[in-house]
Design a protein around this ligand. Structure first.
Ligand code: FES
Length: 176
């Protein structure tokens, strides 16, 4: 049956439209599959990263809890009254100082000055902790600033004595 003028015109328009905007259905479905595969790949990668981050956090928490656990730093007999002992807590990068202020009086501090982190030392004659960098002075019993530029006290550690052994721990943590 012969096509009338309108059908011939629309057929020509359709052919022209396809020529101007060539979309092959095979290609279109290939592109959709590729996009979906990419989406799955990204989702899986995000999931793996999320799992690794969660595992890392859990390991770090366990490590932090272990590193802040109470630690035996000296025997009482090792430190004379008025003397001190240096140690590191909670990590090997944290210098600390243990003071024996009386027969059964001990104090321990992080050795970093609260001003600009120079290491403080114990002046046994004055009975104070001194910072040589800018002449900061701290009370040896509680670490509060007494003179010089420091406005904040030293970070104190908890000290416990059990069976002749001196233990230090994070003051916010559990005791021995
Ligand atoms: S660093 Fe200690 S007083 Fe400045």
């Amino acid at each position: 049956m012969p096509l009338d003028h309108n059908e011939r015109q629309s057929g020509r328009d359709g052919a022209r439209w396809r020529q101007d905007f060539p979309i092959q259905s095979g290609e279109a479905s290939y592109a959709a599959r590729r996009e979906f595969t990419k989406f799955l790949g990204l989702t899986s990668t995000a999931f793996v990263f999320g799992t690794l981050i969660a595992a890392g956090r859990s390991i770090w928490k366990r490590w932090a809890a272990a590193s802040h656990a109470p630690r035996a730093v000296a025997r009482v007999a090792e430190v004379d009254v008025g003397a001190y002992k240096l140690f590191r807590y909670p990590t090997d990068g944290d210098p600390c100082i243990l003071l024996r202020l009386g027969p059964s009086a001990f104090a321990a501090f992080n050795q970093n000055c609260s001003h600009l982190a120079c290491p403080v030392h114990f002046d046994t004659e004055a009975g104070h902790l001194l910072c040589p960098c800018h002449a900061g002075v701290f009370d040896a019993s509680d670490g509060r600033p007494l003179a010089g530029p420091p406005r904040r006290g030293l970070d104190a550690l908890r000290v416990d004595v059990r069976n002749g052994t001196i233990w230090v721990s994070d003051p916010g943590g559990a005791s021995t």
